[in-house]
Design a protein around this ligand. Structure first.
Ligand SMILES: *[C@@H]1O[C@H](CO)[C@@H](O)[C@H](O)[C@H]1NC(C)=O
Ligand SMILES: *[C@@H]1O[C@H](CO)[C@@H](O)[C@H](O)[C@H]1NC(C)=O
Ligand SMILES: *[C@@H]1O[C@H](CO)[C@@H](O)[C@H](O)[C@H]1NC(C)=O
Ligand SMILES: *[C@@H]1O[C@H](CO)[C@@H](O)[C@H](O)[C@H]1NC(C)=O
Ligand SMILES: *[C@@H]1O[C@H](CO)[C@@H](O)[C@H](O)[C@H]1NC(C)=O
Ligand SMILES: *[C@@H]1O[C@H](CO)[C@@H](O)[C@H](O)[C@H]1NC(C)=O
Length: 655
């Protein structure tokens, strides 16, 4: 009986196990390989993989959406020491990204790495790997980024690098590679560096498009972009595809007299001595700054450059204790539920483009290697401590709503504060309303303006009610458009980072009158700014625009003055006059806007009420069928119809 009972227990336990395993599915083989790697590689205690949870949830590990394979492994600066054991990482057959940079790994790259055929990015820089250029790597034909810099590799750079046809970046600097450079020629190669090796011979023409700083620190390299090779000491064994750069000079010298040859020889010898001297000086200077990680190349903006230097210094100091802790402290912090898988280094290497300069900092559009695009906001003059900064980030990172642009990650260091947001390719309301007005652009039609009004109101109401966050900077350039034309509000909740002072240069046209005195933003001051935004949608005029006609008048007062004189129709955007039967809706929205911009804060409605008012007004219109007033019966009632044709121009505008 007891035995029977016991065996039933075992079966139940077994069944539970099976159930648990099938629910929290995980890559069993990959997990074993990872555990074998970590247990055979000494490392700092910070990496602690719990064998009883799925490998997909481990620090530094990411899986495919089905959680059946490990896709990325990133263990930068975690104090890994010694050789990579064979039959461990080489078994992660589906791996896409491997970053083991800034550790103290040594020995050769295991030959089983040749099985990582799907790898896209391999970052091994800043270790102590040695041996020849790893042959296994040349089999990873899908590689786009290969970084072996700052290691102890020796021997020649093989011509087979050319089998990596997708390479966009090849970083081999700060090693001890020798021999001549093969003519490396992947079509998309944009970043290339072999400086500080022992290479000699002439630079192949395929590589001469790169800057000289990609080649410096090699005593024997010559030719474009470095000084030309000396014809009297011809470089031995140039690669077959090289264009012999010395040829024209040679031909000429044949016709010269002996005296001239002697003179040239002496001159050339002096030149060589001078060059040697210069290079020696250069090398010394470079040695004084050892282990510098490669700078962002591409069009990286000042933001990323500043951080790059910082990250570079921290990784050079990297060792098991101090340096890793430093690297840890300076890393990009992601919020839960995010969709991104990149690290600071990826961000530094992204190409960046300035989107706009605002009152709290500059925004960049950053395109990462794998094609992800994000917005990086570089904050200036943050006034609070790191702790307070992190607390506010925690609050903001939790806010999730369809009409709020999610904050995905942040970075804090002494000199640099970065925020990472989703990129909204459709641009801002400001650009839609005011960009290139009149020059044949499609005007923003009424249905879309209503849609923006209600969705932005919902986003702001969510911030206020669920997030308990004051936006503090509502303006049309912070209202971004999603692909489905709903609005999304961005740049929220940054005021607390500036202590008690409102950041300077805030656009005055949106600022509630009481904020001018108290310098404190509140829920009610957000409502005021939102009211101004509604007026902007209705009038098509930017607040504070000189075209308001009078000096020192703001949009609410301008509207009030016009409405008071019963010229209501004059208020509205001329671009809206082409649409038929929308006047009643416009007047209703105008009334809501005017309630929001009341000078007395307590008289302004709360945001959820604003949402209700706008929605109510919408609904009543649809119910009464007024919105289907178009003369064209083919147009639907869903409000998605294209702007220009959806409503015919009015026969007459009732004043
Ligand atoms: C590992 O995870 C299990 C289940 O989540 C947990 O009970 C256990 O405490 C963890 N062990 C360690 C060392 O964190
Ligand atoms: C995930 O699993 C589904 C069904 O099991 C399959 O159709 C799909 O291709 C898998 N996706 C990946 C990325 O493996
Ligand atoms: C590569 O994988 C195949 C099977 O997937 C295996 O037979 C082979 O031994 C592996 N090669 C190395 C070098 O581990
Ligand atoms: C690099 O390799 C050489 C010998 O091959 C060795 O003497 C030297 O210590 C190594 N340097 C490092 C930083 O491992
Ligand atoms: C260039 O490097 C190769 C390999 O290290 C060496 O054999 C050769 O002598 C070098 N040539 C010169 C001119 O230094
Ligand atoms: C190449 O690497 C060296 C050493 O790290 C650096 O000084 C140089 O600026 C780099 N060149 C380019 C073009 O990135």
């Amino acid at each position: 009986m007891a035995v029977f009972f016991k065996s039933r227990c075992v079966i139940i336990v077994f069944l539970v196990c099976v159930m648990v395993l099938s629910v929290g599915s995980e890559p069993t083989e990959d997990k074993q390989a990872l555990l074998a790697f970590l247990s055979n590689t000494p490392h700092a205690n910070r990496v602690q993989w719990n064998a009883s949870v799925s490998a997909c949830d481990w620090v530094g590990v990411e899986c495919d959406p089905n959680r059946s394979f490990v896709y990325t492994l990133r263990l930068p600066g975690v104090g890994l020491v010694g050789p990579i054991p064979p039959n461990t990482l080489g078994k992660l057959s589906q791996l896409r990204v491997l970053s083991l940079r800034s550790n103290r790994l040594s020995g050769q790259i295991p030959s089983d790495f040749s099985n990582l055929t799907l790898l896209r990015s391999l970052y091994l820089q800043g270790n102590e790997f040695s041996g020849e250029f790893p042959a296994s790597v040349t089999g990873m034909t899908r590689l786009t980024r290969l970084d072996l810099s700052s290691n102890n590799f020796t021997g020649a750079i093989p011509f087979t690098v050319n089998s990596l046809t997708h390479l966009t970046g090849l970083f081999l600097e700060n090693n001890r590679f020798s021999g001549h450079l093969p003519s490396i020629n992947p079509t998309d190669l944009v970043n290339f560096n072999v400086s500080n090796n022992n290479l000699n011979g002439s630079i192949p023409s395929t590589l001469s498009k790169f800057k000289s700083s990609s080649f410096t620190g090699n005593l024997g390299l010559c030719g474009e972009p470095l000084p030309p090779c000396n014809p009297f000491f011809p470089a031995p064994a140039p690669s077959p595809s090289n264009t012999p750069p010395s040829l024209p000079v040679h031909k000429k010298s044949k016709k010269l007299s002996t005296a001239a040859i002697v003179a040239i020889a002496v001159g050339a010898a002096l030149l060589v001595l001078l060059l040697l001297f210069l290079l020696l000086c250069l090398r010394r200077r470079q040695r004084r700054r050892p282990g510098k990680s490669p700078k962002p190349t591409a069009a990286a903006a000042a933001a990323t450059r500043a951080v790059a230097t910082e990250a570079g210094t921290s990784s050079s100091k990297d060792d098991i204790t101090g340096g890793s802790a430093e690297a840890e402290r300076n890393k990009l912090v992601f919020f839960d539920g995010g969709v991104y898988s990149f690290d600071l280094e990826d961000l530094l290497r992204a190409s960046a483009e300035v989107l706009g300069k605002g009152s709290v900092g500059t925004s960049y559009k950053a395109v990462l290697e794998e094609g992800t695009t994000v917005v990086v906001k570089r904050l200036k003059e943050v006034a609070v401590s790191k702790k307070e900064f992190e607390m506010q980030m925690e609050v903001l990172g939790k806010i999730k709503h369809d009409n709020v642009v999610p904050l995905r990650a942040f970075y804090y260091s002494k000199d640099e504060k970065l925020l990472v947001y989703d990129f909204m390719p459709a641009g801002s309301l400001s650009a839609l309303l005011h960009g290139s007005r009149g020059s044949g652009r499609t005007p923003l039609d009424w249905d879309n303006r209503m849609r923006i009004a209600v969705s932005a109101a919902k986003g702001l109401a969510h911030l206020h009610v669920a997030g308990k966050v004051v936006h503090g900077n509502i303006k049309s350039s912070n209202i971004l458009l999603r692909p489905d034309q709903d609005a999304c509000i961005s740049d929220f909740g940054l005021n607390p980072l500036y202590g008690n002072t409102t950041p300077p240069n805030r656009v005055a046209g949106y600022r509630a009158p009481e904020v001018m005195e108290t310098r404190k933003v509140t829920f009610k001051s957000d409502v005021y700014s939102f009211g101004v935004l509604l007026l902007e949608l209705l009038t098509g005029k930017a607040p504070n625009q000189a075209s308001l006609g009078e000096e020192g008048i703001d949009l609410p007062r301008w509207v009030q003055s016009v409405v008071r004189e019963e010229w209501t129709a004059e208020v509205f955007d001329v671009e809206l006059m082409r649409y038929h039967n929308i006047e009643e809706e416009m007047v209703q929205l105008l009334q809501i806007a005017m309630a929001c911009v009341s000078t007395v804060p307590d008289q302004r409605p709360a945001m959820p009420e604003v949402v209700r008012m706008i929605e109510d007004m919408n609904r009543s219109e649809t119910d009464e069928g007024l919105r289907q007033s178009s003369d064209d019966p083919s147009k639907g009632s869903d409000g998605h119809t294209p702007p220009t044709e959806s409503r015919t121009p009015p026969r007459a505008v009732t004043p």
